[in-house]
Design a protein around this ligand. Structure first.
Ligand SMILES: *Cc1c(COP(=O)(O)O)cnc(C)c1O
Length: 243
């Protein structure tokens, strides 16, 4: 049956969340040099609002979405009930959606090109919700993947600072079929050189490894909420359609 999936119960979602939080704690204890804090960004793309509620009811407040339009449908109502939540954009951003994005997201993790940085600076000058910006680095230099190539990251970071964007960190999505550790190490090194405090790296399959490399934010979806619906395209390799 196309599109069918069983929804996870509220109890199961709350239990998964608790388990992931515990695993984050253990990974931090085992790490030689963990970040001062590691925030769990619960990724709710492809999940309905009813599936998000149990996490909010359990007290969780950091969430990630990879599409502006999906977030616009889901989050304003949830935010009315939970005003102190923090929403991260973790998917590619088109310049024509920047205004909507700064109104919806507290953190935008996917700045990856000068044109987008400029559009964001313009939108933020007119106000908005976004307070923190990360630059996405295409550490695997994959053709189909969003993110600035590592060699171009210094220039983009400099431009963002010139534009007075609140750039505080880097984000990456390592290649699917390869060991992620070298990519996490590369991201950490670029952040160190440029004095950026935040590292958003690690997903359901590899967040413990990312914590070993100093992740300040791990983005975990399926391990909490189960399989996603088919209404949302996967953000894994997400490259924006229009640039
Ligand atoms: C979907 C997504 C995640 C979460 O992936 P899971 O494997 O479900 O944990 C993390 N980061 C980005 C950028 C994503 O698009």
């Amino acid at each position: 049956m196309q599109g069918y999936r069983s929804l996870m119960s509220s109890e199961a979602i709350a239990a998964n969340l608790e388990r992931i939080v515990a695993r984050i704690g253990s990974a931090r204890k085992a790490a030689v040099a963990p970040a001062p804090h590691t925030t769990l960004v619960a990724v709710t793309k492809g999940q309905r609002a009813e599936q998000v509620r149990p996490a909010l009811d359990a007290g969780h407040r950091s969430f990630g979405e990879n599409r502006v339009q999906e977030a616009a449908q889901k989050w304003p109502a949830l935010r009315a009930t939970f005003p102190n939540l923090e929403l991260h954009l973790i998917g590619p951003l088109q310049t024509n959606k920047v205004r909507d994005a700064v109104a919806l997201f507290d953190v935008i993790e996917t700045i990856d090109r000068p044109k987008l940085a400029q559009a964001l600076a313009q939108a933020l000058a007119q106000g908005g919700r976004t307070r923190t910006v990360f630059i996405q680095v295409n550490t695997g230099e994959e053709q189909q993947k969003a993110g600035v190539p590592p060699a171009d990251a210094p220039n983009l970071i400099a431009l963002c600072r010139e534009l007075r964007l609140p750039v505080q960190g880097l984000m990456c999505i390592p290649p699917l079929e390869k060991p992620p550790a070298p990519h996490f190490a590369l991201l950490r090194e670029i952040a160190r050189v440029h004095d950026l405090a935040f590292l958003s790296m690690g997903m359901s399959a590899d967040f413990e490894t990312a914590i070993r490399y100093g992740a300040t934010h791990v983005r975990v979806g399926t391990a909490i909420f189960g399989e996603r619906g088919q209404t949302t395209s996967e953000g894994q390799s997400g490259k924006s359609l229009a640039r």
